[in-house]
Design a protein around this ligand. Sequence first.
Ligand SMILES: NC(=O)C1=CN([C@@H]2O[C@H](COP(=O)(O)OP(=O)(O)OC[C@H]3O[C@@H](n4cnc5c(N)ncnc54)[C@H](O)[C@@H]3O)[C@@H](O)[C@H]2O)[C@@H](O)CC1
Ligand SMILES: Nc1ncnc2c1ncn2[C@@H]1O[C@H](COP(=O)(O)OP(=O)(O)O)[C@@H](O)[C@H]1O
Ligand SMILES: [Mg+2]
Length: 299
Amino acid sequence: MLNYNSNSITSLEGDHIHQLQKNILKKIILPRPLESHKGNFGHILTIGGNENYGGAIIMSSSAAVHGGAGLVSCATDSKNLTALHSIVPEAMFINYNNDVDLINAVKKADVIVIGPGLGENTAALKILKKVVLNTVEKQFIIVDGSAITLISDQQNLKTILANRKTIYTPHQMEWQRLSGIKIAEQSVSKNILKQHELAGTVVLKKYHTTIYHTNTPPSQLKIGGPYMSTGGMGDTLTGIIAAFLGQFHYKNYEQIVDAAVYTHSAISQKLSSSRYVVLPMDIIGELQNFMYKYASQAR
Ligand SMILES: NC(=O)C1=CN([C@@H]2O[C@H](COP(=O)(O)OP(=O)(O)OC[C@H]3O[C@@H](n4cnc5c(N)ncnc54)[C@H](O)[C@@H]3O)[C@@H](O)[C@H]2O)[C@@H](O)CC1
Ligand SMILES: Nc1ncnc2c1ncn2[C@@H]1O[C@H](COP(=O)(O)OP(=O)(O)O)[C@@H](O)[C@H]1O
Ligand SMILES: [Mg+2]
């Protein structure tokens, strides 16, 4: 059963869907309490980045650090260690091929990002299984990129994730793999039914990204554009969502996800006024200023 009044799901198609506005930011991005420390702002664990896709998990980790996470650990291929520490020295490194270290890191995390640049081979699937099997109910798990593709035919993992606070962040092709709905047929009504089956939040990324929630009707972004179409843009989004979930404690966490997704596109839109393309690292560089502006308005 759906957890919100869905009398006419079909009426949610197109322009009738709830549009996210910037007021969501003032509600979520608040000034920090004076008596606080890094332990209050979330320990994020990012997992991914094989030897070809190290940049993906580095961008995710960097976005988490710049988005305000208290602590960030990055579990990746050891070939990425030097690059990770050069680009984001605030992040700690874990060799994702060391089972004991990986499982310990999973147990310590408040928020887990799995998938950016993980790859789709047998080794990647083994890591994914190890991680999901060691998670607990209170943790947030953001499932992105390769992890979405890998999980598509792993019913047991989907069942475990249905009992976690899971956020899937597919683009349309990944959603086709996960939901079985072809891109041309991805209507709001069909997507709602699939989201309900998965029992996790679904951020369906595209022009006018739509977020399918468990307890409230879907919401849609009307900001952002093709200046965002550069590899790594979605990897960066995972770090922002993770940082927001780790540090903000709004009662309905799905609204925290909405605010993170809005922030990612709002920064891009702002920067696009003077750039032909906006790069993922540009967004990361602007996060602190952007969040400062909204936290000051809330004072
Ligand atoms: N610097 C890096 O290390 C990068 C690593 N990446 C990683 O590479 C792995 C594979 O991800 P990809 O997404 O590239 O490959 P996928 O094969 O999952 O998806 C790409 C395909 O989907 C199609 N598509 C249809 N609708 C789309 C939409 N709305 N948005 C995006 N693509 C759409 C594209 O045309 C393309 O054929 C992931 O783990 C990802 O995190 C990518 O993020 C690129 C950058
Ligand atoms: N034309 C566009 N309009 C709006 N947003 C876009 C556009 N192109 C890309 N994006 C955004 O960029 C991100 C791309 O994510 P994804 O395809 O997963 O990138 P990657 O895996 O390369 O990091 C999503 O947030 C998507 O909504
Ligand atoms: Mg992606």
